[in-house]
Write a new protein. Sequence first.
Length: 380
Amino acid sequence: MVRNRKNLFLGALLALFFPIFFFYYSDTEVETIESEKRSEQAMIEATFDSFPMSQEETPEGAEIHEIYLEQSSLVNYQLYYLAFVGLDETNEEYIENGLQLNALRLRVHDLDNQGIPPQYIIPKEDVLQSNAFLQYALENQIQLEPDPFVATNYLIHAFSILSGLFFLLFMMISGSEILLYEEKHQTVMKGFPLSFMNKIHAKVIIHFLYMMVFLTAGIIAGGYIAAREAGLGNLSYPVMIFMNNDYVAIPALQYYMYILLAIALIVIVLYYTAALFNTIFKSAYATVLLALVIFYIPDLSLMIGWNTVWLHPIKVLDIAGVLSGDIAVQFGNEQIDYGYAMIWLAIFAMMIAGVLKLIQWRSYKVNLQSVGGYSSPTDR
């Protein structure tokens, strides 16, 4: 592996992704708590301007109008806390105002958002996420972090960018010759009298450990740079995830544990997949291309109106999208959460290993017949 220049380059690129992404991320205009509140204030004012006068004459319309007056007052208080007092002194008041604001928004949803233009309606899912986030922060007495560039926040964004297509493509390229490389080059593994399956297991483990070392190094380097430049942040800070058909808040440290465990399992699945495609197609290009096609099959089927549930498990490879609930919303399947993803990843690993074992068994039978009943122990 060390002498494999392609994987050495890919490993270095993976490690450098996190530091490079921090410098890119820190130069972008990321929405802060204050800028978010100013956008909400502008949206409320635009809603007032476009609210039909005739709608105010109905009981529902009059109630919605009063609710928006209360919302405007609450948002203005929050902006005052942010701009003039600071969250260090008004954290609890800011959170309580936010919870009142969300209760009013949910009431407007109960009234079917009558008279409100669609572009000014805050989705109910967003309100529920905000509510769970603020409730968690209030119950655990967590100081809200107005700086989006601290290490804890930055790493979450880095994982969301890395997850999905980019990570799949990266790992499939690194494993595209997981079995083929040995046929073209002299390697240490070539001299070991290992069976077909044991050789695959050994190669998957070696590739896995190799890439996980680079991934860990990248996370540490990126986290260190972010902590030095903007601060470490709070490992207990709430992060929203979709679980059991609801949005729940978990500590940032728990989120990292969830996503790293899932990434490790995804890497194993992808390397076994690469070994399977190497065995069948004997081509590194076919290995990468077929993996990309399979990953996009659920999206393509959704585009043509064929949203088939049995294709949804493929999308668990985008683990950040699963945790955020974006995949569940995209495919309209509330079952797609972290537990669903981990179960399907384990099933995929066992299924692919089973297919490889079946290929070994069929090859063994063919060899046995071709030599008249004799086979070498290393073929088994």
